[in-house]
Every structure is written in C-alpha cells, then in structure tokens.
Design a protein around this ligand. Structure first.
Ligand code: NDP
Length: 322
C-alpha cells in the first residue's frame, strides 16, 4: 500500500511517500480501506517534535473508509461497513488499523469524505461547548481562528445553543466565512487589538468563555477578555506553545478558570464517544452542521497540505485522498 512515513523530525520534506505491506489486524482491531483522511494540526506538532513520537511513523489519526478485515474477537462490524474514527493508527495511508472500540459507523446520507472532514474537529467543538464550558443561551464566547476547521464548527454549535459568538480571523475572506457560520462579530486580529475590540463589543463586561486554539500570540489578551470567574479553554497552540505561567495571575485577573483540554479525555468511554460522534455525524447528515472542505489533496501531496495549514492559507477542513 502507499503511505506517508516520517523517519525523523523535520520540515514538510520529512513526509515521504513509501510502499509498505498492508497491516493485519490483531485482536480487537479492524483493518479499514481509507477513502478520505482528515489532516489536523497535531500532525504538524508531531512532525516538528513539539509532541514526542517514535519513528518511523505514519502520521494521522482521522479517516473514513470501509471495513476490510476484522481482527479476532471483534463484533459489531462486518466487511464493507462505512466507518470513521479519530483513533486510526497512521491514517496518511491507503489502509490502516483502528481499535474497534474507537470505530464508529457512518450514518446513512453522509459521504465518507464528509465523515472524515467532520469527525475530529466536530467532536472537539462538541466537547468544548457541551462539557469543558457548557455554554448557555445568552452567554458570550470568544473563539479564536474562527474560520479554521474547529472554529467554523465550534461557532455553529455555540450559536445552536443560543450563545453570542465573537471570533478572530486573519483576513477579510476568512471573516466572511466566520460570519456565515454564525459569528455576530468578527475581529481581524492581524489588524486590530482584539482585547480592546472585545471590551468594546461587550460594553466593557468581557466574555463568559474564550476558546483559544492559537496559544502563544493570543493567550495573555484572551485572559483579559474574560469577566470575573470566566473560563479560559486553551485547546491548541497554532502560533506556538504558551510560555510558563504564574497561576496567581488568575486571581488578579478575576478568579478566572484555566483548562488545557484534549479530545482523547472526552471520548475515553464508548458512551461518550457514541454521544459526541452520534450528534456530530447526525447533524452533518441532516445538513444542520455545514462542513467546508475546499482543500483536498492527493495522499502524495501531504507535505503541501501541511505547508498550507501552517502558513494559514486554509479555512475549514483539509482532506487527503489516497
Ligand atoms: P485551523 O484550521 O484552525 O488552522 C489553524 C489556524 O490558526 C490558522 O488557519 C490561523 O487562522 C490560526 N493561526 C493563528 N496564528 C497562527 C500561526 N502563527 N500559525 C498558524 N496558524 C495560526 O486548524 P485545526 O482546526 O485543525 O486546529 C485548530 C487548533 O485546535 C490547533 O491548534 C489544533 O492543534 C487544536 N486542536 C486541539 C484539539 C484538542 O482536543 N485539544 C483537537 C483538535 C484541534 P487565521 O489565519 O484566521 O489566524
């Protein structure tokens, strides 16, 4: 099979197209034939060595495809089932293994491409607005990178819950997309001080929650956008990791809450995975959640996909197609 492999940390050139044997499923695993692979920022962190990995590795954890072979002891799936997962063991490939406990069937009416495009970022948006800081009607959220993969989905879900969403984006074109997703106010944070704008837009009150995936360049300003006892949900580091931080700042800025959540802890049980995946895939199948995937690359062009993601050229989802 064709796959993308990394032998050591480095730039995009570290992503090499190789031929490898198709893996065989072990007990509890399912072999899937991949139709679409979701590209996520975390793969950039692994490639650069920000997150540790053992090499050689096939990057990627999100894909949709069809069941090819069941490992011993696997029930509930059969050959040819349309399936999707965010726990694929190396999804930048034509075939991959998935723990059956982390595999979900794609509902009728949803294409495999759409399933791969919405699963990881959709469940991330879901846990952030339903569990990390459960948003209530009438509350106000600040969402950074509002036209990104997570950003567009998070905005739609927050608006669905009756919240007001203020977003930040880097370009006018992205601002348009963010407004279409339901943002009431969009701030061009590359041109304006987003902290001052948020204060102005909330009449000096500040927001109830900040969902911050940008990290280094937005963290300090984000804390200043919160009203007392507000919640800072720092869930990414697209601009780089936040430097060491003095917790007493949470006190002086208004008894704030800070959390650094990750998806895996919010889908750790089968019940939680089925709840989030069921909502996200179900809403997408019914057209209630709009998925934007204008960036589709052949598997061999994985390096270009990551370059475009890192250079902020993309909006919405990026897919690789084997
Ligand atoms: P995005 O589509 O949001 O891409 C990243 C965006 O971040 C860019 O498009 C850009 O938007 C913005 N950005 C701001 N500064 C920079 C910078 N210096 N370099 C690059 N981008 C920058 O990616 P995803 O939707 O895939 O992921 C968003 C973030 O969420 C990532 O940090 C990812 O790691 C994290 N994440 C965390 C999860 C979790 O459970 N903790 C799960 C999934 C994702 P703009 O041009 O508008 O500034």
């Amino acid at each position: 099979m064709k796959a993308i492999q990394i032998h050591s940390t480095g730039g995009p050139e570290a992503l090499q197209l190789v031929d490898l044997p198709i893996p065989r499923p072990e007990p509890g695993q399912v072999l899937i034939r991949i139709e679409a692979t979701g590209v996520n920022f975390i793969e950039v962190y692994f490639r650069k060595g920000v997150y540790k990995a053992s090499f050689p590795m096939i990057p990627g954890s999100e894909a949709a495809g069809t069941v090819e072979e069941l490992g011993p002891g696997v029930n509930g799936f059969k050959d040819g089932d349309a399936v999707v997962s965010t726990s694929v063991i190396g999804s930048y490939a034509e075939y991959a293994l998935v723990p059956a406990a982390q595999l979900v069937k794609v509902p009728e009416g949803l294409s495999l491409e759409c399933a791969a495009a919405v699963m990881l970022q959709g469940m991330t948006a879901h846990y952030l607005v339903f569990s990390t800081y459960p948003l209530k009607k009438g509350e106000t959220a600040l969402v950074h990178a509002g036209a990104g993969g997570v950003g567009l989905l998070l905005t739609q879900m927050a608006v669905r819950l009756g919240a007001r969403v203020i977003t930040t984006v880097s370009t006018k074109a992205k601002a348009e997309l963010s407004r279409e997703a339901g943002a009431s106010d969009v701030i061009l944070y590359t041109e304006r001080d987003f902290e001052a704008e948020v204060k102005r837009l909330t009449g000096g009150k500040g927001v109830d929650v900040v969902y911050d995936s940008v990290g280094k360049t937005t963290f300090d300003g984000s804390l200043n956008c919160l009203h007392p006892r507000g919640m800072m949900a720092l869930f990414g580091a697209s601009s780089g990791p936040v430097p060491p931080f003095d917790p007493s700042l949470l006190n002086s800025k208004g008894s704030l809450y800070l959390t650094r959540p990750t998806l895996w802890h919010y889908i750790a049980t089968r019940a939680e995975l089925e709840w989030r995946a069921g909502d996200v895939l179900g809403w997408a199948a019914k057209g209630e959640l709009k998925i934007r995937t204008e960036h589709t690359y052949p598997l061999a062009n994985a390096a270009q996909a990551q370059i475009d993601l890192e250079e902020r050229k993309t909006a919405g989802k990026i897919l690789l197609v084997p």
